[in-house]
Design a protein around this ligand. Sequence first.
Ligand code: SF4
Length: 466
Amino acid sequence: MRDKCGIVGMYSSDQSKDVAPLIYYGLFALQHRGQEAAGISAHNGNEINTYRGMGLVCDVFNNGKIKGLEGNVGIGHVRYSTTGKSNPANVQPFTSEFQGGRIAIAHNGDIINSMELRQEMEENGHEFNSTTDSEVISHLLSSEYANNNDMVKSIEIVAGKLVGSYSLVVLLNKDLYVVRDPLGIKPLALGEKNGTKMVASESVAFDVVDVDYIRDVEPGEILILNDDIQSHKMEIAKNTPNAHCMFEYVYFARPDSIMDGQNIYNVRLNIGKALHREFPVDADVIMPVPDSAITAAIGYSRESGIPYGEGLIKNRYVGRTFIMPTQEEREMSVKLKMNPIKSELEGKSIVLVDDSIVRGTTSKALINVLKESGVKEIHLRVGCPPIISPCYYGVAMATKKELIAANNSIEEIKNLLDVDSLGYLDIHALKECIGLDYDQLCMGCLNEKYPTELPKNLKAYESCRC
Ligand code: SF4
């Protein structure tokens, strides 16, 4: 499962300071949010310069390429693709010239109605260089700004047209604008220290460059970062509920992040504890599916008093594996990612804690690996309630027919996975663990109550997501 991207924006009141190296470190801290491509744009007092490329942050910016990016204001991006293929034309930040100057934009999210908006603009003579929804936002913003010369007003107008999720950093000539969609689906945090202002998808990006976390950007808030922080609340965001993605808390965000006031590490500990309260079982050891379920497994262990142990070791140097054609090859790819420690598993009864189950194919392969290692009993505990419907806001999970919980009862899933017992966290318990109310959370993939209208043409929408 993949999220769509991480973003960083930074302004230093010290005009002689180059922010690109700091943005680079911030992107490193967000590498888990996107590993396909990375890029940075900075304004040097005269113009915006951009460097971007395919690969990890360290690959893209090797050989001192960061040195060409001078200036005290800039933005950065790490990418996973959901709209638009993974190719160089789709790498961000996007930059374009227009009547009012030059604009660079970095986007985390997914615009449900981007195809319709793009078609409309193409009919009006716009030409696109990429296949992403982020470029659609860039065209919309620059067109509005060319008309009214007021970026805050332009953002409000464009926000009225966009359906979906978007956290944005926008460099309009030398000015840095920050936008979070009115529902706050994607995260965005604000930090500051000694005249340096910074926004990032997760607060961990502040820690690495020694900036203090101040607060989260509010849903529907537009910030202008310069020597001061100017804030505007969009009209359409007033008196509307929020819809923060529950999956950030369960899986995506780093456990050392703070998101919308909640400490992710504590949320995951709570999830593990709640899983034990809901589904207690006698076992020899509690084991996580590494790395994302480690904290929840610690929580289960603390609540139950059963020791925590490691039975699977993750190979951290394996990136995305392409879909292998045969079952045997697919199992090999799982073994490449997760290797069992047989001495810790043989003859044991284990509680295996996982963060979520999407298709069930990885879980099945892992369980086979554990059984081959001589495990006596496997009790699977899942920190996310059953995923019964797809995401339309930038989390690439699967279509409905591929989701194991959309097509099988819990008992059937238990039998398909061949485990001794199976327990999914209850949706109300998840809300309690996160510590936010239902009117603050998106749980669309769990209960089909989505916070926006859905794509008009589902087939066409799915075919342009990858
Ligand atoms: S549908 Fe699910 S994954 Fe998508 S934003 Fe909502 S909670 Fe997150």
